[in-house]
Unconditional design. Structure first.
Ligand code: ARG
Length: 295
């Protein structure tokens, strides 16, 4: 009996050991990048089916420098912070994510690598150019984005609208009676706008330009939301993420801001997205701009 028990125990221990080893191996050699790949030029699905863009370039460089593989997971945008917060620390959110106080409660952010202006896409003849203009309108947003947060608060004027700090001053914007339509992807919102089922979309400028350039939209215009401030993008990290990961990300960002690579990748991937969807002349990357990584 004793013998059988010890055999069972030995087998069980072996199994646990083998499991721990695999789990460990997995953890030790990869970085998981959570994103939502409908946000060109930061991330989009290329003609070859692979996800590419500025965020992918940054994280590929980071993974290569750390000798890890990069696993990209395309998920619903509003789950990204939670997935990062619950990860083992080697997972990041690289998704054109706006650094915000609310998100900072659950995740940390890298240095800023890009700034963005929120814009409103609407029909040419109305051309809304402020959140205030959206009062009483049907407004499409990607669920869980800054645009969603802003218009959701602004539409609730009875509860104080949307307030932000501009330097020392509190600024409040309201769009009383706006209806917020939340979509999983911007492409879905865009179809609804083209078909006249919503009046406007509130989103980041470059991805808005990419939508218009690649999905058609002759009667649509893009206007800066004049009553909002610029937003800053950062890579989301688990709080207390491994220092090597944080440092490598910030080093890549600092170097690539200084040498112009961030701007070069932004232009290049804008052109690639446009070319892959509309044809024309294939874009040529500036000399020396790295486009493949050993990850
Ligand atoms: N900058 C906005 C935000 O952080 C929108 C980001 C959407 N990103 C995406 N990959 N779909 O809320």
């Amino acid at each position: 009996m004793k013998k059988i028990l010890s055999i069972i125990l030995a087998v069980a221990l072996l199994a646990v050991g083998a499991f721990a080893l695999t789990a460990c191996n997995d953890d030790n050699d990869k970085i998981v990048m959570y994103t939502e790949a409908g946000f060109a030029p930061y991330e989009f699905v290329g003609a070859d089916g692979a996800i590419k863009g500025v965020d992918v370039a940054i994280m590929s460089e980071v993974a290569e420098r750390m000798g890890r593989t990069l696993e990209i997971k395309d998920v619903a945008f509003d789950f990204i912070t939670q997935y990062v917060a619950e990860s083992d620390g080697y997972a990041v959110g690289a998704a054109g994510m706006t650094i915000s106080d609310e998100r900072k409660q659950s995740v940390d952010f890298s240095n800023v690598y890009a700034s963005s202006t929120l814009v409103i896409i609407s029909a040419e003849d109305v051309a809304y150019d402020s959140v205030a203009d959206l009062a009483g309108k049907k407004v499409g947003v990607q669920q869980g984005t800054s645009g969603d947060e802003i218009i959701s608060y602004a539409s609730d004027a009875a509860n104080g609208g949307y307030t932000y700090k501009d330097g020392e001053n509190d600024v409040t914007v309201t769009a009383a009676g706006a209806t917020v339509q939340k979509y999983q992807t911007y492409a879905l919102a865009y179809v609804e706008l083209v078909n006249g089922r919503i009046d406007a979309i509130l989103m980041d400028k470059l991805p808005a330009q990419s939508l218009i350039a690649t999905q058609g939209g002759d009667q649509l215009v893009i206007k800066d939301a004049a009553d909002l401030l610029q937003e800053d993008f950062g890579i989301a990290l688990k709080k207390d993420a491994p220092a090597e990961l944080v440092d490598t990300i910030n080093n890549v960002i600092n170097e690539w801001l200084a040498n112009g690579n961030i701007a070069a990748y932004t232009d290049y991937f804008t052109a690639v997205d446009n070319y892959e969807k509309n044809g024309g002349e294939a874009p040529v990357a500036p000399e020396g701009l790295k486009l493949s990584w050993n990850v």
